[in-house]
Write a protein that binds this ligand. Sequence first.
Ligand SMILES: [Zn+2]
Length: 106
Amino acid sequence: MSYHVIDLEQQTQPNIICPSCQHCVLDWAKTQYIQPCEHTAFIALDLGFEYVADDFEQTLAVSVDEIHHQELNVWQHIQGSSLASLTIYMMSLGVADYKRYVGFTL
Ligand SMILES: [Zn+2]
């Protein structure tokens, strides 16, 4: 997979806008802050997926259930996706070195 990472450095709760449709995919003003659009491939933490599109899950070597069940490394499996290209926003969770990842297919 070829992917482009946009590192939001130390930001912990940035709103994330889809680069294709400008929909606010992570909207911290909302209680239900995860609002995936059709371009959202996944929203994940190091500890597990918060959202995964069916199309994206099919490009992973291991299913999301299996990744959660076996507590496998989420970021490593995202990088192993067979998808052609992806833009990934990366931000800090503000806890240890944990990060949140938001992936978009373009
Ligand atoms: Zn979109």
